[in-house]
Ligand binder design. Sequence first.
Ligand code: GLU
Length: 451
Amino acid sequence: MDANQYIDEIIQDVLTKYPWQKEFNQAALEVLESMRLVIERYPKYAEHRILERLIVPDRVVVFRVPWQDDHGGYQVNRGFRVQFSNALGPYKGGLRLHPTVNLSVLKFLGFEQIFKNSLTGLALGGAKGGSDFDPKGKSDDEVMRFCQAFMNELFHYIGPDTDVPAGDIGVGVREIGYLLGQYKMLTRIYAGGVLTGKSIHWGGSLIRTEATGYGLVYFVDEMLRIRDDEIREKQVLVSGSGNVAQYAIDKVNHFGGIPISCSDSSGTVIDLDGIRGEKFDFLLDLKNVRRGRIAEYAERFRTATFYPGKRPWGLAPAKIALPCATQNELDLDDATALVENGCMCVAEGANMPTTPEAVAYLQGHGVLFGPGKASNAGGVATSGLEMSQNSLRLSWTREEVDEKLRGIMRSIHKRCRDAAEEFGTPDNYVNGANIAGFLRVAKAMDDQGLV
Ligand code: GLU
């Protein structure tokens, strides 16, 4: 078996089958590249067609979401759930509400989720879903009616032991509440474990809201330790201003680092004095309660400057960069600017925010690069902890959950490093994450036979 030729054939097949699914193909190719090393050592996985089976979702559900706006107008959106793999446990992964959502985006996210969830060491399969509904500018009532309409179809396919959705871009505690309410009405079952990211007042887990951002910074801490370094007193560029960015900023402050930026689709705020204290509270209120634009931060605080239409990467020097907004938001030009400005660590808070060219450039210039499927796995890991608490019908304390989250991020980091080392590419977290994530799923698939 020539491993390279075998992988080349699969890549060719992926590229010719759905050439328009750009995001999915990008995610699949990255994993397949890492698999060259694995197939050489485990030809059995080629004979058993594990890769060919893994790149096809178990199933994809596409449906219509009809809902009524505040003026009585009829509206229609597209709804999706991509159930990718349940080799390790029930399908698990978030729901994204954003106008850019389409099948390619959700297939890429669902595919990544398989490996990410595997890396957590928990019993979680991989899935993703969502809609092209745009929550921006919508009233609370409109969001509620949309969520109810979305659940009217989704409820057929989910359950605590079947498929457990959660949040992603555009879906937080408010949306999860409306979704669970409608699930309850449709099924007459109070199945708390059917969704994660619930309010802590009725079945959610402490630290779940903070988990992706906190976990990301725990992962960065582990990466820096390898080089006998630390986050303390380092400038940190963060993109985004949603859930992941907010709690990455919070945790960077806990570690004594200086988070100097945040952004939204309108532009970037740079605050060299650090986003902390009163300014951090303002950011939370602006984005979570008032749902306003990021420029307001710079209008309110004199230490900050707003750069309309710009991304953070070239705007100020920083040792660490944390892309926490969305896919492909850090390209080759951005990577070049980061390296020129002395950046030594990039870790992904969002899913696939760094383009393949930018990843290669960063790795080629000695920058520690943490891929999202490892570095942002703290969110779904804490969803796993929420499921455990729901099953046990008890709640752990903040400290207990935080301690478990930190332990999980440590072991994900170790799994990545060990696999990268074992397969001959030390320091390459991309290979490490793909290989360690894959091996656990492949073993389960093989044990479970040709299904
Ligand atoms: N959407 C998050 C992710 O990308 C969390 C998913 C979950 O908690 O199920 O991993």
